[in-house]
Design a protein around this ligand. Sequence first.
Ligand SMILES: Nc1ncnc2c1ncn2[C@@H]1O[C@H](COP(=O)(O)OP(=O)(O)OP(=O)(O)O)[C@@H](O)[C@H]1O
Ligand SMILES: [Mg+2]
Length: 479
Amino acid sequence: MDTILGIEIKKKYVSFRWKLLSTYLILIVILFFILISIITDYLLDWHINEKQEELTEDSQQIADDISYYLSVYDSSIYKTYLKSVVNKYGDTLNSRIIIIDEEKRVVADSNDEFNFLTLELIEVEESLKGEISTNNYYFRDIGHVMYIGYPVIFEDEINGSVFISESINNLYEKVNSLIYKIKVLIIVISFLIIVGLYLLTYFFLKPINKFYPAIENIKKGDLGQKVDIKTRDEFNLLGEAFNSMTVRLNEVDEQRESFVANVSHELKTPLASIKLLTENLLLQEDIEKKVYREFLEDINDEIDRLNNIVTELLSLVDLDKNKLKLNYQIAYLNYILEKIIEQLNPLAKEKNIKLVLEEIDRIQIKMDKDKIKQAIINIVHNAIKYSEENTVVKVSLYSDKSYATIKVSDTGYGIPKESIPYIFDRFYRVDKARSRKTGGTGLGLSISKQIINMHHGTINVKSRVGKGTTFYIKIPLEE
Ligand SMILES: Nc1ncnc2c1ncn2[C@@H]1O[C@H](COP(=O)(O)OP(=O)(O)OP(=O)(O)O)[C@@H](O)[C@H]1O
Ligand SMILES: [Mg+2]
């Protein structure tokens, strides 16, 4: 198994560093070949051009020297003269010089090899047409050679040609030795760059090292991990994102812990009561039927309470799970409020509370009807629950530009100022003793708030102890 940055890697893994370096290496190799071939071509061209110019000048000089004599070459004296010219130039130029007449016959050859032979060469042919012709050839035994044919003109008439052949192996050697030096230079530079890059990537990738231990710790359950990244690049952003993620993770974990603790506590209380009541019953002998009934009624109440808690918990879990799955419909809020009043009226009647609905506007919005109904019921139910007998609970519906507002006001016990920030927390109840009497788990408002939030709305409270409480539910009309 491979290990990278101290982490064991099970899968086939190619480190970013190697990817970068190998890409660079491939690029260098390609560039190397392109560069070398371009430089070689350029240098050779340059040298060959120079040589051509040089040879052209030489042949021009020879042609000038011999032009008159070639026109009358029959004379044996002149032939000797022509021979002396080719020999002289052949020696100084270190090349082979041949003079040819207009019939392509060799008149003089510095090597004395082709005398009186006919020379069938493109350069000769073209020069006899008046053009200067140069070409390069490669022969296996002697290597690179340059040929030039130069027309010999006397009184506007072409009467022969000067042909020079010269070895240009030295040019190739010169270029090759230069190219060799350039190659070495490029390789050395590339090597230095690769080493530099190798070291640089180490520093570039260093911040990643900090993530692994943090992630390992999170894996082990220690969620509040922080990485401290000092660079000013993407890693820094990643580090910040990572840190805020771990903060959130930690929060969620804490919430979960306290939620579980609360749930257990809430479930334990009615269970303990049931246990106590049953034990009492079991311990007593010959109990009156009336007492039996009383105990059983108490037990029944506790069971109802348990049932309530479990139902509310399930509905919370459902909200959490299906956050994005609202069953949207366009409906009148008025209709929903009327239903709620109808449903809660019997409860209000028990306390002789007057439940008033004031519909200032008719408002249609897009919503999950069942959920919105549940959210409002919780609040109106609270208003009834936390009010004295013979009072009034008023529910009003009105809209401003962009919101539908449902206002629920009572003249009940009120909520102390310091408790207001917490009433939407799960399991929070202001007066535990009274809440016990009235029944309740402290989940109602948190459920309402979650539903309203899912509709992008808000819930606000104004309350004064002993005077009463008003809840404002605002839902955007657009939704
Ligand atoms: N209209 C109100 N007047 C006074 N106190 C209120 C009012 N509405 C809510 N509260 C306080 O806020 C607390 C939280 O309310 P919430 O509805 O979440 O829980 P609950 O009513 O105790 O239980 P349940 O989960 O059955 O609704 C209540 O226990 C109560 O103390
Ligand atoms: Mg409630």
